[in-house]
Structure formats: C-alpha cells, structure tokens
Design a binder for this molecule. Structure first.
Ligand SMILES: *Cc1c(COP(=O)(O)O)cnc(C)c1O
Length: 432
C-alpha cells in the first residue's frame, strides 16, 4: 500500500483515510466516491503559505491553482489558510466568488479568454488578470476602459525552460500555446506595449514551466531567467515590476516508486535564490506568487469503487471491473498516468495479484491502470485508488451518461459531503 501517514489499516483490517474507515464511507455515501482528507489539504495549504512568508520577498504568497480541484469548499479552505486563488474560466471564477473568496485575492488566467469572461472578471474586481499576449492586453485595456476601471494585469511570458531536462531551451519549449516567448524578443516588445496602456496596468510578469517538478533546480533556473528578463525590461524602459508570478508545478508522488518531493526544501531554496538574485541585481524584489495545484490536493484524495466482476484471461490479464473509470478519472486514458491501489476490505494483506483496473464505459481504453498489484480482489470488494485528489473530479465527464461521484471530506476522522452525487435526473436537466 502507498506509504502515507494518513493512510492506515484499522483494527478491522480496513483501509482508513485520515482516520475514517473506507468501508464506512463507501456504505454511507455510495461508490464511486471521491474521498478528500481535508486535514491534509489544509496542512499542505498552510505549508505553502508559511514557506512563502518565511523564505520569499515581502508580499509573496501562494495562489491555489483551482483547476486541480474546484468546488466551493476548496476555494473557501484556500482563503482560510491564507492562499489566493487562480481561476481560468468564468465557471471557476463564479465558484470562487460563490465561496466568498476575496476578489482581490483572485488571479484570472487562460490563453483564450472570452470577452464575456474578461468582463466578468473586471466587474468582480479580481486582483490580477494574466494577459496571454498583446491582443489580450489590448482587449483587457478596452474592456477595463468601458467599465471605467484600471485593471491590474500580469503579462504571461515563456522563459524557455524544460523542467525535466532542467535546461534553458530557446526553441521547442517556447513553441507552445501559452504566453509570449522571451528568447524571441517578443516578450520585451509586449512589455513595451503594455506600458503604453491606460486601463490595463502592468503589475509584472507571469510564467509557468510545467508540472511534476521534483526539485528546486528548475524553479531556481526559472527565477534566474525571469530576473534577468525583469532587469532587461528595466534597462530598456525604466519599468520596475511589482509582482512576479512563477506558476505552479510542484510534484506529487503517485506511486510507491516515485520519490517524495521535499516541498519545504523546494520553497526554501527557491525563495532564498530569488532574494539573492534581486539583491545582487540591485532590483527591489517584487512580491512573488506561486501557483501550486496538484501538490495541494492530489495525495489527499482517494477514490473508492465497488468491484462489479473479476475476469481472468488465460495467459493474459486479470480484469477488475469497477463502477467508475474514465468518467471520474480520465488521466490514464489521457496520458497513461500511473496509480497505485488497494482492496480496502483487506488492506493489510499481501498485494499478490497484478490486475488491470477497468472502468465501466464502452471503450477498451477506459482503464485506471494496468499491472497494479492488489490483494486478490473479489466481486463486491471496495477498491481504493490513491492520489486522485487532483485533475480527477475537475476533469470528470458524463460519458455514457454516467453521473459524477460526490466528494466526501474527512476532518478529524469524520466524513461529510462537500459535493453531492449527480443523479440521472441531473443528466437530463439540460435536455429540451
Ligand atoms: C496547471 C497550472 C498550474 C498548476 O499546476 P500544478 O502542476 O497542478 O501545480 C499553475 N499555474 C498555471 C498557469 C497552470 O497552467
């Protein structure tokens, strides 16, 4: 079983999540069920807030990238633990506002924002809008003028860093749909354009190098590229940035073979490096924003399923068919994501059977994973799939008209629903 302090085996031999018996949760709320350890999410949020307050320049703070798991409860927890929020659509914005988020703490992103979404963000009074390029800068400027406000913006740039080879690469990684490339000189030109706008007020710059960053090296390199870009902008235009947003991407261990990232150490190293860089340049250090998403929620999440049947193909695989699948977790189908799992009924028993966890949709590719070691599963067992807190519920679909599962939050060993189960009536609600 995945080694995580909040995953234990209780006296009955059942898996417990944050102290709550997985079988009790499944019986109470039904399956499939997303379980989220609220204590763990809050502790992770607090770790980022404290780490950035301690190691980063004054005014720095984390923003929770709500796309990882967006519902009203998560938005409220982020505010309570001292985090701002990243929102990327009118829907995420609406959720944050409905949760009572302080609009000033919101940062509105997206590479193809509609005029309607930008207008909503401006009307709501969001603290920052991240412009993805020059056209969008001008559009935000025009819409802010119409609304009679001066809207703070960041310009998204692409620094040209590959977080996995940990290299600055001038081509390739800048050939993406997001942001204005620094290496081509376009970012500097866009900054000059931004500085000429009246109603879009340039606060600084934003970048995001990717996901699953396990060590501070890529973030430190990102800080170096961005600091020298800020310096270049200052030399050419006299403009000093007040905010530098370095994006998200802190890694998560999905399976027992992944290393556990040292989040605190990464924050310490990155924060110290930033402070040294700006001091060394004689540049007043901007407030740093970072946008952790998966590292806040992924490993706090477990999905519970009920085994519907087990089939062994001689010389082939053992298929364990679940009452959910790609509709609640599309990550294997999308990118071959790896998961580990356990039979919650016999969590302490040896995981002596390698199985294929199969979903219930009419697609042979609807799998949660292959070659997953399990405690010889039987029909009726509850299977727990670990580290499903991020990009599962938020990416869920109604393919085959499968209703989306609810989310039960566990706090102090007790569960409560924070998102209810979709019903088959919900599914025909929009049909005319
Ligand atoms: C996806 C994304 C994040 C969050 O990434 P994680 O890997 O979940 O931390 C943060 N910022 C931006 C701009 C993103 O696109």
């Amino acid at each position: 079983m995945l080694k995580q302090s909040n995953l234990t085996v209780n006296a009955a031999g059942h898996l417990a999540i944050g102290g709550a018996d997985a079988l009790d949760l499944a019986a109470q709320y039904g399956t499939p069920l997303y379980v989220l350890d609220e204590d763990m999410v809050r502790a992770r949020m607090a770790l980022f807030a404290a780490g950035m307050a301690r190691w980063f320049p004054a005014g720095s703070r984390p923003l929770y990238a709500s796309k990882a798991l967006c519902c009203k409860a998560l938005c409220a927890w982020a505010g309570e633990e001292g985090l701002g929020l990243d929102v990327v659509s009118a829907g995420e914005l609406h959720t944050a506002l409905a949760a009572g988020a302080d609009p000033e703490s919101l940062c509105f992103h997206g590479n193809a924002k509609t005029a309607d979404a930008i207008r909503r963000a401006i009307d709501a009074g969001v603290g920052l809008i991240v412009a993805d390029g020059t056209e969008e800068l001008e559009r935000i400027d025009r819409l802010a003028r119409q609304a009679g406000v001066r809207q703070k913006v960041l310009l998204r740039v692409t620094p040209g860093i590959d977080p996995h080879t940990f290299k600055a690469v001038n081509t390739g990684v800048v050939d993406v749909k997001f942001g204005v490339p620094i290496p081509t000189g376009q970012a500097l030109e866009a900054a000059k354009l931004a500085l000429g706008l009246e109603n879009a007020v340039l606060e600084g710059f934003h970048c995001h190098i990717g996901s699953q960053v396990f060590r501070s090296g890529p973030f430190r390199m990102e800080a170096e590229v961005m600091a020298s870009f800020l310096d270049q902008v200052r030399r050419q235009t006299g403009y000093t940035a007040r905010v530098l947003d370095l994006g998200g991407g802190f890694a998560v261990a999905y399976t027992p073979s992944d290393p556990q990232p040292d989040l605190e150490g990464m924050l310490r190293d990155t924060g110290r490096h930033l402070t040294e860089l700006f001091t060394g340049m004689g540049y007043p250090a901007p407030a740093i924003l970072m946008e952790p998403g998966r590292s806040i929620v992924a490993d706090a999440g477990v999905t519970l399923y009920t085994v519907q049947n087990v089939k062994s193909v001689p010389g082939g695989s053992t298929y364990v068919a679940l009452d959910g699948g790609m509709t609640d977790n599309p990550r294997y189908a999308l990118y071959g994501a790896k998961y580990s799992a356990a039979v919650a009924d016999r969590a302490a028993m040896p995981e002596d059977t390698a199985v294929t966890l199969a979903g219930c949709c009419c697609e042979s590719g609807d799998l949660i994973g292959e070659n997953i070691p399990l405690q010889a599963p039987r029909t009726g067992d509850t299977v727990a799939v670990f580290v499903t807190g991020a990009y599962n519920y938020s990416m869920a679909s109604n393919y085959n008209r499968v209703p989306r599962p609810p989310i039960a939050a566990v706090r102090g060993g007790t569960g409560r629903l924070i998102v209810r189960r979709e019903t088959v009536d919900d599914l025909i609600m929009y049909d005319l």
